[in-house]
Design a protein around this ligand. Sequence first.
Ligand code: AMP
Length: 298
Amino acid sequence: MEIITKVTDIQKITSSLHSVNKKIALVPTMGFFHEGHLCLMRRAKELTDIVITSLFVNPAQFGPNEDFEQYPRDFENDYKSAESNGTNYLFFPSTEQMYPKGDLTKIQIVGFTKKFEGVTRPQHFDGVATIVSKLFNCIIPDYALFGQKDYQQVLLIKQLVRDMLYNINIIVVPTVREDDGLALSSRNVYLSPEERLQAGIIFKALEEARGAVFEGENRRKMINAYMHNILRSEPNIRIDYASSADADTLDEPETFLPGEHIVLLIAAYLGKTRLIDNSIVSIPMEPGVKKHYFVEGI
Ligand code: AMP
């Protein structure tokens, strides 16, 4: 595995790979790898010969009071795990490489990005859209892989690809979880042992609402109430949002229609740590009939 730190170098490498018809898969990350990241790399390796993992803690997607400085970093360990999970090139640029002095361009996607995560983290998605667009432009991948864990981000990336006419296949990988259902996240290291135990309640809340939908609940506020009730049973948790919405548009009608795919979205704080998770479920045609319950991927 090679480490590449300069934009001009990754451009040279990818253009020579393209010239010999090699397909490239890009896995954008902020590092501190866990099994979720490694799953993306392994899936990328199944798709193509050449896997490029980018490791860049992107300052533009952090708000002024967020954890950019404290964000966990462990380059040596990341290097080893990227290498042993199929990455050929680890693109590890500096901030100056990605945001050259005097840069004035931002990519902004309007509409659904202003909801949910966009309320609490108003600059976040502009930062994500801008960095991903820069990575797409300098690498020109055939595939780019993202985790379902960051659901609204996946919708944003798909919108970016459509709107900016990128010829890139977006592959979404299901969320990798701990035994109690907690979604793996680099930020889980912030949790104290007690908070770590309490964090399992987020998955329980998603499962409770899924169960209610399966049994026939299709009123949005009632579905949300199932999540709120479970989350409230853990006094240490502070809910940012626990909401259901159309899985494609994030619209929030009063009632969902049979066959409609919906997403259950939770963001909650345990102490200072903000955790997010989601689950997709379809409104059954016939409540209680299992085949309509689980929806794989998105
Ligand atoms: P990050 O380093 O947190 O920006 O994440 C890099 C990529 O890994 C994103 O596409 C995330 O959605 C994905 N990812 C993070 N956590 C998980 C997880 N638990 N399961 C699957 N993918 C994940």
